[in-house]
Design a binder for this molecule. Structure first.
Ligand code: ASP
Length: 590
């Protein structure tokens, strides 16, 4: 029987110090170049690439080397040798050495791959996903997947050291309300009944606290059947945590330590804690967003009071009807924007929902503004001073009787300006907590108030009385962690008594019967001794994407789905046999 070559080194680990070693390597053929008398093979395994040279001295190996092609899987026996000066490639870590190949074993042949196994090869994403196993061989993809593994390890190490236990919760479960549509699984043994795939382990982690587990975590798969946006996946991974006997500060401070530990272990980013905190209201007022990007200034300023006495009807009407007038100062904007470009900015603001965009251009030659005629010169001076604006700046305003619309449209314009004016420093990592979220938000679709976070989130103690009279004014013990304008995670302190939880369901328009029908198991558990508890969940895919500086969340998921929730590799979802459907008591009607 042929003697097998048994790997004893990884390609990417070899260096000059290994010169003279006899090594056995295994991997994929990156390239094969036949230079007449010599055959050069770049051999790749997970650790990297090394050059193997075959010469006619080892006749059999030389002959076999002639047969191999890109992506063949081979084993090689050979000797590590210094490369001649002129062949040194300082761009790769193994570039100072090569292997003099003495023996080859072809383990598996390969068809010509549909794209080059290189980082910068331009390939359609569907093709990459269809041949994901080839895509994963590309260095960057490989690094991303390894990064995920390191990230998980760092998380586990920290949480283990801090008294957390990892508990798995069911995938086949009862619908858990996180506000999205459930994925349903028909039950064969219980005709007409369905499991739901968990949108998050929320109810189970709360029950684990009632079960006395004290500190829980899980790197959990969650499923939400939503129309997909660019950085969303129908199944995604959360780092899910829950702690007993804690308040908001406890959860926040532990999580700051977690973030610092994990991020500093897996990246070169320095993390300073504690992170700044901002209330939801302040975030909306200053940035027009509940996930503000604080890598640049351009904060919004409320000028409602300063315009109320002007003759400008648009501003006056907005304020008098319960709305606001807010503006931002574009430093140096007068010099950066031509008249035509200001008009384009007005159109942009409209795209973001504003009815219009007023402006004051503080040009060198004097103030230019279509609204200046409605203001006295003191009023204009006063207005400008609110922004600390100076000659060369451009102030833009949005007014509306809907204050929310003023904030969000101007907030979007702020982000747009930062991008177009290149105000965002790429290597800044600004972590930040947003706290005191509203307990409820109005759902236009359902024509009722729904929980802003989820129905188990506790109101702030001082706002509990509002549940009777004006529940929409109540704030919640809820917090989000934001990184560079993206929500990394969110959580809350939970309600831990049946009465308050029932009250909350009532506010949400659930009858007592329906509440018990849907969540009876939790409400019942509350009756048997419930510790105060709270937690948080992070979108781990998104966190990895941001830390890796990727543009697409799919680049850090081994087997992601496309925009229409399908998998080009396996062709899921797909039709199933009639027999399977029958067993599940399902009839199709499409
Ligand atoms: N279950 C929540 C979510 O998935 C997080 C939490 O409240 O801990 O967003």
């Amino acid at each position: 029987m042929e003697k097998k070559i048994k790997r004893n080194f990884y390609c990417g680990d070899l260096r000059e110090e290994h010169e003279g070693n006899d090594v056995c390597l295994s991997g994929w053929v990156q390239t094969r170049r036949d230079l007449g008398g010599l055959i050069f093979v770049d051999l790749r395994d997970r650790s990297g690439i090394i050059q193997v040279v075959f010469n006619p001295e080892y006749e059999e190996a030389f002959k076999k080397a002639d047969e191999i092609r890109s992506e063949y899987v081979i084993s090689v026996r050979g000797k590590v040798s210094k490369r001649p000066e002129e062949n040194v490639n300082p761009k790769i870590p193994t570039g100072y050495i090569e292997i003099i190949g003495q023996e080859i074993e072809i383990l598996s042949k390969a068809k010509t791959p549909p794209f080059l196994i290189e980082d910068d090869a331009k390939v359609d994403e569907i093709v990459r996903l269809k041949y994901r196993y080839l895509d994963l061989r590309r260095p960057k993809m490989k690094e991303n997947i390894i990064f995920r593994s390191k990230l998980n390890k760092a998380i586990r190490d920290f949480l283990d050291e801090n008294g957390f236990i990892e508990v798995e919760t069911p995938i086949l479960t009862k619908s858990t309300p996180e506000g999205a549509r459930d994925y349903l699984v028909p039950s064969r043994l219980n005709p007409g009944k369905f499991y739901a795939l968990p949108q998050s382990p929320q109810l189970f982690k709360q029950i684990l606290m009632i079960g006395g587990m004290e500190r829980y975590y899980q790197i959990a798969r969650c499923f939400r059947d939503e129309d997909l946006r660019a950085d969303r996946q129908p199944e995604f991974t959360q780092l899910d945590m829950e702690m007993s006997f804690v308040d908001v500060d406890d959860v926040i401070s532990l999580n700051e330590k977690l973030i610092k530990y994990v991020v500093e272990r897996v990246t070169d980013i320095k993390v300073n804690i504690p992170f700044p905190r901002i209330t939801y209201n302040e975030a909306m007022e200053k940035y027009g967003s509940d996930k503000p990007d604080t890598r640049f200034g351009m904060e919004m300023v409320d000028v409602s009071d300063a315009v109320i006495n002007s003759d400008f009807k648009v501003f006056k009407d907005a304020v008098e009807n319960g709305g606001k007038v807010k503006g931002i100062n574009i430093v140096n904007g007068s010099n950066l924007f031509s008249r035509r470009q200001i008009d384009e900015l007005v159109e942009k603001a409209k795209e973001f929902g504003a009815k219009g965009l007023a402006w004051i251009n503080i040009a060198e030659e004097g103030i230019k503004s279509p609204i200046a005629k409605f203001f006295s010169s003191e009023q204009i001076e006063n207005l400008i001073s609110k922004f600390n604006a100076k000659t060369g700046d451009l102030i833009v305003f949005v007014a509306d009787k809907d204050p929310e619309l003023v904030m969000t449209s101007l907030g979007s314009l702020r982000l747009y300006l930062a991008k177009t004016l290149n105000l965002i420093e790429k290597d800044k990592f600004n972590f930040l907590w947003v706290t005191e979220f509203p307990l409820l938000e109005y759902s236009e679709e359902e024509k009722r108030y729904v929980a802003k976070h989820h129905p188990f989130t506790s109101p702030m103690d001082e706002d509990i009385y509002l549940l009777e009279s004006e529940p929409w004014k109540a704030r919640a013990k809820a917090y989000d962690i934001v990184l560079n304008g993206t929500e990394l995670g969110g959580g809350s302190i939970r309600i831990h008594n049946t009465d308050l939880q029932e009250k909350m369901f009532e506010v949400l328009g659930f009858s007592k019967e329906r509440a018990w029908n849907n969540f009876g198991f939790l409400l019942k558990a509350f009756e048997y001794g419930t510790p105060p508890h709270g937690g948080i969940a992070y979108g781990l895919d998104r966190m990895a994407m941001l830390l890796l500086g990727l543009d697409s969340i799919r680049d850090c998921i081994a087997f992601p789905k496309t925009q229409n929730a399908s998998c080009p590799l396996t062709d899921a979802p797909s039709e199933v046999d009639q027999k399977q459907l029958k067993e599940l008591h399902i009839q199709l009607k499409i």
